[in-house]
Write a protein that binds this ligand. Structure first.
Ligand code: NAD
Length: 477
């Protein structure tokens, strides 16, 4: 691909910016394109355009708004191969996963459009004669969507589809690591009939443009997906305006493997968790608690599967299991965490090194056994292809260790015992729990985290209603 210069998308116009951010392929260092580091004035214009458009947009019927989402979904499908190639290049994803991301994004836009005829208020019984009490759902106004780099294309839809369907307008800021797909998305939106100002994209870094959006009095909801540290900064920036927040933050998902589990299933799902997107997925298993009786067999099988992982540059080779980490900082962090863990007594079963492929941020698929609860590798998000394993003596110990975490996004358990599964449902304190299945959420579910993993959630009915507020109306007859 040739180096392209992208422009902001504000009020249905492409707006050039002098300052630019360069975007590189993390697998090989190739320059892919440049996007705006937006000046404050363009951020202001985008918010003003979204504000100006919002009432007219909300005045349309929900089914009309849904029609525009369907138009965009059709554009995404028609351009799926090209978009997937770009996602491979800028994010280091393998082609199969990039294709899944693009298809899922189109399906998500259509899924949210289906809610047009299902948005509901409530009518309550009054204490007074001849009185009706209505609970009406109203849009919030202008949404700022701030995106991470790990599923950057899908995250556009996860924020804009529920926002627009419920009558909000939006300003999106993609991650500076993977912004190109978002600017391509804006080009597709520009080919539809979506009214001016309803959907805007501004490029830039977090500390400048991200902060500008989060601290702006003209924004009614900041919908953010990213790290806990950034989530805390956004809360502080939003606090003076009491701006509503929806925060989807980091995870440290525990996987509990009991002695009666289908080991082949557990191995397959847990290994996939560390390999998919090179382990850079918020909901994937990041630490394992395996029951002593099956620990040796489990570790052996996991190590074999991890060692067999094919990795490299996915823009050159299609049949890989994983690509590089997103950047040098991500690679350094993974390498440092593995060094610290082995220094604290964890045993390296396979991997454990930066993979020298000539270029790119590659790390060997790694398994660490003999891990202990207080090790950094069992407590902090790794975001890389590394699996730390701790042996436990039963479900109670596993649940206690799983819950003892600052994160509370997803969790999983592998067992054939119905009572154990139900006990885990009751006692495990996480937003999402997968039982005998891989870590991957459904669009009709509810993706939300406990503790520092976030505030509010996404997907399904409950995710949709995050983009509304409730107005109560008392009508005395
Ligand atoms: P990040 O927090 O570094 O950046 C995310 C976005 O925030 C980027 O667009 C960045 O420019 C912006 N940003 C940075 N500083 C900012 C500031 N001061 N004010 C406003 N915006 C700012 O996260 P990342 O590295 O892009 O993504 C990885 C993290 O995202 C991981 O922790 C992962 O677990 C999390 N994540 C969570 C979910 C979820 O659904 N819970 C999904 C995907 C990723």
């Amino acid at each position: 691909m040739t180096d392209s210069v992208y422009q902001n998308y504000i009020d249905n116009a492409f707006v050039a910016s002098e300052a630019l951010i360069e975007v590189y392929n993390p697998a090989n260092g190739q320059l892919l394109g440049r996007v705006p580091e937006s000046p404050g004035e363009q951020v202001e214009r985008a918010i003003a355009a979204a504000r100006k458009a919002q009432q007219g947009w909300a005045a349309k019927t929900a089914i009309e708004r849904a029609g525009y989402l369907r138009q965009i979904a059709a554009k995404v499908r028609a351009n799926a191969d090209r978009l997937a190639r770009l996602i491979v290049q800028e994010g280091g994803k393998v082609p199969g996963l990039a294709q899944v991301e693009v298809n899922f994004t189109a399906d998500y836009l259509d899924y949210m459009a289906e809610w047009a005829r299902r948005l509901e208020g409530e009518v309550l019984t009054s204490d007074r004669a001849n009185e009706h009490i209505f609970l009406m759902r109203k849009p919030l106004g202008v949404v700022a969507g701030i995106l991470p780099w790990n599923f950057p294309f899908f995250l556009i839809a996860r924020k804009m589809a529920p926002a627009l369907l419920t009558g909000n307008t939006i300003v999106i800021k993609p991650s500076e690591e993977t912004p190109l797909n978002c600017f391509e998305f804006a080009r597709l939106v520009a080919e539809t009939e979506l009214p001016a100002g309803v959907f805007n994209v501004v490029g830039g870094k977090g500390a400048s443009v991200g902060h500008g959006l989060s601290s702006h009095a003209g924004v009614d909801l900041v919908s953010f997906t990213g790290s806990v540290a950034t989530g805390a900064r956004i809360m502080a920036a939003a606090a003076p305006n009491i701006t509503k927040l929806n925060l989807e933050l980091g995870g440290k998902a525990p996987a509990i493997v009991l002695a009666d589990a289908d080991l082949a299933l557990a191995v397959k799902a847990i290994v996939a968790s560390r390999v998919i997107n090179t382990g850079q997925v918020c909901n994937c298993a990041e630490r394992v608690y395996v029951e002593r009786k099956v620990a040796d067999a489990f570790i052996d099988k996991v190590a074999q599967a991890m060692a067999a992982t094919r990795y490299g540059d996915p823009s050159l080779q299609a049949d890989l299991d994983m690509g590089p980490l997103i950047n040098q900082a991500g690679l350094d962090k993974v390498a440092q965490m593995v060094r610290t863990a082995t220094g604290q007594g964890a045993q390296l079963v396979t991997g454990g090194k930066v993979a020298d492929l000539g270029a790119g941020f590659h790390y060997q698929p790694t398994v660490l056994a003999g891990c202990k609860a207080d090790m950094e590798i069992m407590r902090k998000e790794i975001f890389g292809p590394v699996l730390p394993i701790q042996v436990v003596d039963g479900l109670d110990e596993a649940i206690a260790l799983a819950n003892d975490s600052e994160y509370g996004l997803t969790s999983s358990i592998y067992t054939r015992d119905l009572n154990a599964a139900l006990k885990a449902c009751r006692e495990i304190d996480f937003g999402e729990t997968y039982i005998n299945r891989e870590n991957f959420e459904a669009m009709q579910g509810f993706h939300a985290g406990a503790r520092k993993s976030g505030i509010g959630g996404a997907d399904g009915k409950h995710g949709l209603y995050e983009y509304t507020r409730t107005q109560v109306v008392y009508i005395q007859g």
